[in-house]
Design a protein around this ligand. Structure first.
Ligand code: SIN
Length: 306
């Protein structure tokens, strides 16, 4: 007999069927993974960042492998909100999983305009993840994500534009991430997601030059997992809204570390490039863990570390 485990997650006005999503920037606009994954395994697709205008992104090279990770400096390359709506959204919203649009901008006004435009079409969007943590752009990105005052102001201005779940994606490149998370909550966020990448650099000693065209990039992959788990643990104790954990998850045990630390949901990022089926495997592993430990819902294990 199959045990009925409730793995659903409530975030603001929305409910995710399961806690395992795929992280922004590692899953394109969904279609890139057609034929490779069973989309019904996914709790949510967090889309590639969408800005008001199309962006070409940073000069190449944009990716370099590092020990147990990768360093990227994509620079928020994307098609812009209009093409996203006409070319990407119809496929995404035909899928049997929630679609969370990752929104980025250089100014508060830009973030607002992107969300206003997306709200005007609706089109089956489940919610928004606000990217205030990209380390690879000169304007916006980290400039917002490192300042609690700006975070609260931006969050409350976006809150007024939508009733859908509003998630603020946090950077680990700060002195005190709990202060930033508290500001997002004060501004009306329904959840915070963390961690975005850690700033890093790789130098080619033969040329004496940084490998990445933008010189520095953001580090992700298993190398950052202990940082993500520790910050999830700290943030969970500082806010009452749900925390979505990510950073270096490759298997169910990795995801369970985040959940035990206090994450209500998780995102799979860099691992998608190695094994596109990671999210489904993680989901089945979490379900198995609940059965083995007599938990009938995810809530029973969320934050259970002692
Ligand atoms: C990028 O586009 O450079 C990465 C996005 C991010 O780190 O938020």
């Amino acid at each position: 007999m199959e045990t009925n485990i409730d793995l659903s997650v409530r975030i603001g006005s929305g409910r995710l069927a399961n806690p395992v999503g795929v992280a922004s920037g590692t899953f394109g606009y969904g279609r890139e993974y057609e034929g490779l994954v069973d989309f019904s395994d996914l709790g949510a697709i967090y889309t590639k960042a969408v800005t008001l205008e199309p962006r070409a992104g940073n000069p190449p090279p944009r990716l370099v492998e590092t020990p147990s990770g990768i360093l990227n400096s994509i620079g928020l390359a994307n098609v812009g909100v209009e093409k996203f709506i006409s070319d990407k959204l119809p496929f995404l919203t035909s899928l049997p999983c929630a679609v969370v649009v990752n929104v980025a901008g250089s100014t508060e006004d830009e973030y607002q305009k992107v969300i206003e435009r997306l709200e005007s079409v609706d089109g089956g969007i489940w919610g928004y993840e606000v990217n205030v943590s990209c380390p690879n752009v000169k304007h916006g990105g980290l400039a917002f994500g490192t300042d609690p005052v700006q975070i609260e102001r931006l969050t409350s201005s976006l809150r007024r534009l939508t009733k859908k779940p509003l998630i603020i994606k946090l950077t680990p490149n700060v002195t005190d991430i709990t202060a930033i998370a508290a500001s997002a909550q004060a501004g009306g966020a329904d959840a915070v997601s963390l961690i975005n990448t850690l700033v890093g650099m790789v130098i080619d000693v033969k040329t004496g030059k940084p490998v990445l065209g933008a010189k520095t990039g953001g580090l992700s992959g298993p190398a950052v997992r202990p940082v993500g788990v520790a910050l999830t643990y700290r943030v969970k104790r500082a806010v009452s809204i749900p925390v979505i954990g990510m950073g270096g998850i490759t298997c169910a045990d990795d995801a369970l570390q985040y959940i035990l630390a206090g994450a209500s949901a998780v995102q799979i990022g860099t691992a998608n490039f190695v094994n596109p089926k990671t999210a489904g495997e993680v989901l089945r592993g979490i379900r198995g863990y609940c059965i083995d430990n007599g938990a009938l819902s995810l809530n029973e294990i969320c934050g259970a570390v002692f």
